[in-house]
Design a protein around this ligand. Structure first.
Ligand code: ZN
Ligand code: ZN
Length: 159
């Protein structure tokens, strides 16, 4: 089987993407898979970061989503920070939702800033530690643990 994307390399990554009720199967070479944000575990299981972290890295893999109204891609929107037409919001709803939640979340916590240099330092240390644990959990495919750590991380980063 040949890679769907480049049509040259042998397809070694077989990835099924679920969107609602529909599923699309991709057969890709490793290079094209990576370009699409699909990673391969050491035992050749494909996954996207958004699969696992659902939200934290939600942009990965959805960059190529295109607005029906104006043809703007989500990646272009991210680069410019501007929506192209009234339909964009609808088109990128899925991608925007976590973003909006994040903005909302940080608003809610405004005014509660760490009171001392020491506190900031401690918090940063804690965040770094959790990030390391998160990466390790993903490596070990402990996705439940990864999700837990992700939530913890979000809480910390917003506080
Ligand atoms: Zn390819
Ligand atoms: Zn648009």
């Amino acid at each position: 089987m040949i890679c769907d994307s480049c049509g040259k390399e042998p397809a070694t990554v077989h990835y099924k993407e679920m969107r609602g009720d529909e599923s699309t199967e991709y057969h890709l070479c490793e290079k094209c898979a990576l370009e699409k944000g699909i990673y391969i575990t050491p035992d050749k299981k494909p996954f996207t970061v958004s699969n696992i972290l659902g939200g934290m890295a939600d942009e990965v893999g959805s960059d190529l989503e295109t607005c029906e109204g104006c043809g703007l891609t989500y990646r272009e929107f991210k680069d410019s920070g501007r929506l192209g037409c009234a339909k964009c919001y609808e088109s990128f709803k899925e991608q925007l939702r976590p973003l909006l939640r994040r903005i909302h979340g940080s608003n809610a916590h405004m005014g509660k800033s760490p009171s001392s240099r020491q506190e900031i330092f401690e918090k940063k240390k804690e965040i770094d530690k959790i990030k390391e644990e998160l990466a390790a959990a993903v490596d070990r495919e402990e996705f439940e643990k990864a999700a837990e750590l992700r939530d913890k991380l979000r809480e910390l980063e917003c506080s």
